[in-house]
Ligand binder design. Structure first.
Ligand code: C2E
Ligand code: CA
Ligand code: CA
Length: 417
């Protein structure tokens, strides 16, 4: 079974794997029954019978070892394969104590198998299979989506949309946030909420980020070409047009992340000042020291660093001041509640003051009304993003938006974005 498809149908009598085979896949049983069998002294000994909602073949997979038993289908079964890559990613992301416990469990299991084989004693019969529950369905959906994401990367089904970020005083376009969409062959255009969480949990997000980074950097020359020949607005100024890319916590754990970013920029001949990395406050706070180290390298090369969804992630101020941040993006929940809720207004104002102390500008996210702009103007917020100025759009529309609303020559607040 080298490349199992999403759902494998196995007639009764099939041998799914044999003792001694490489443990490359575990199998989630959707229906039917499969026996785990070892051969001793020329006789088959049934160790367990597994049914719907259970997993088989997981021990060799966890252990990266050989199969210690065979699997025979006794009642026609439908199974879904879990590859060692899918499992390894999860194990490497998990708590080290949990990883140690897992190692001990595997060792105990192998001990039991050895003792049972020596004594010729078969273990007690397996409990009957549990009914298919919500857990199984969710697990199957996740596995299917993961495989589809891999296919989408290979078949180039992802697209980038661009949402303008404007200077609030004159509404000139300062840059764009690159936002991913998935043109799914059966399900239509999917938003990030429909697949990014699974990409995060499986680690596939790292490959998505690389795709986004390449696609976003490729568009920068097109956007720059749309700028009018205005003196002062070039890649050399302190206020260049930028594209920001959303980066995940997983990305910052990749040893070669900064190298990848710099390599993509160099390869495309783009000055790093045109690229900004957005990382949510929550992700940043998971491991601020490690994140800070990677972001520092990117910043030293000239990329901008924005903290996304600011106000929702409980940053400690001591960490904030040590991170190489160039922009704070105020989460849209505060911006949208601000006009009717004095507490949200105070939060926005406090973030504004904090940013001023740190000498970095803010972007207010999710602006939908002129009333919100009035409040933000009174607080001297530098930048805004929201449907009022334009939603996420294809690059051709972004170019048109730039022609219609070119950036002004200087930033009135004299803070680089
Ligand atoms: P985000 O980074 O906070 O991006 C802003 C989201 O708010 C976008 O949703 C945007 O369409 C939406 N938005 C912008 N202005 C308004 C407004 O005025 N009102 C309202 N209600 N919403 C507005 P989108 O594109 O669905 O993206 C959702 C989230 O998915 C993003 O939130 C980001 O966390 C994630 N995401 C998007 N693209 C990528 C990507 O390429 N990589 C990764 N890792 N995550 C991404
Ligand atoms: Ca963002
Ligand atoms: Ca955000």
């Amino acid at each position: 079974m080298s490349t199992p498809s999403d759902c494998i149908l196995l007639p009764a009598g099939t041998r799914l794997f044999s003792e001694g085979d490489a443990g490359d896949y575990a199998y989630l049983i959707k229906s039917g029954e499969i026996e785990i069998v070892v051969e001793r002294d020329g006789h088959d000994m049934v160790l367990a019978r597994r049914g719907a909602g259970e997993i088989i073949g997981e021990m060799a997979l966890l252990d990266s070892g050989r199969r210690s038993a065979s699997a025979h289908v006794v009642v026609s079964a439908a199974v879904t394969a879990i590859s060692s890559r899918q499992l390894e990613q999860r194990i490497s992301n998990t708590d080290p104590i949990l990883r140690m416990c897992l190692g001990v469990v595997i060792e105990r299991y192998r001990e039991t198998l050895r003792l049972a084989a020596q004594d010729g004693i078969a273990p007690p019969p397996a409990a009957p299979g549990r009914p298919i529950g919500r857990d199984l369905n969710a697990a199957l959906e996740t596995l299917t989506l993961e495989r589809e994401i891999e296919r989408a990367l290979a078949d180039d089904e992802f697209q980038l949309y661009f949402q303008p970020i404007v200077r609030l005083p004159d509404r000139g376009v300062a840059g764009f946030e690159a936002l991913i969409r998935w043109q799914h062959p059966d399900r239509g255009l999917l938003t990030p909420a429909q697949f990014i969480p699974v990409a995060e949990s499986s680690g596939l997000v790292v490959r998505i980020t690389e795709w986004v980074m390449r696609a976003a950097v490729r568009t920068i020359p097109m956007l720059l070409a749309a700028l009018p020949e205005t003196p002062g607005v070039t890649s050399q100024t302190e206020d260049p047009l930028f594209v920001s890319v959303n980066v995940s916590g997983h990305d910052l754990l990749q040893p070669a992340f900064a190298e990848m970013v710099v390599g993509i920029l160099r390869g495309a001949g783009i000055a790093p000042q045109h690229l900004k990395l957005e990382i949510t406050e929550r992700m940043l706070m998971k491991d601020p020291v490690r994140a800070g180290r990677v972001l520092r390298i990117c910043r030293d090369h000239g990329c901008g660093i924005a903290v996304d969804d600011f106000g929702t992630g409980y940053s400690s101020l001591s960490h904030l001041s040590t991170l190489p941040i160039t922009t704070l993006k105020i989460d849209r929940c505060f911006v949208q509640a601000m006009t009717g809720d004095p507490t949200s207004r105070k939060i926005v104002n406090t973030i504004r003051h904090l940013a001023r102390e740190l000498k970095i500008p803010v972007v207010a996210e999710g602006i939908e009304s002129e009333a919100e702009v009035l409040v933000l103007d009174a607080m001297h917020c530098e930048y805004g993003q929201g449907y009022l100025f334009g939603g996420p759009m294809p690059v051709s529309d972004a170019v048109a938006a730039l022609r219609a609303r070119p950036p002004s020559c200087s930033n009135p607040f004299r803070l680089s974005a």
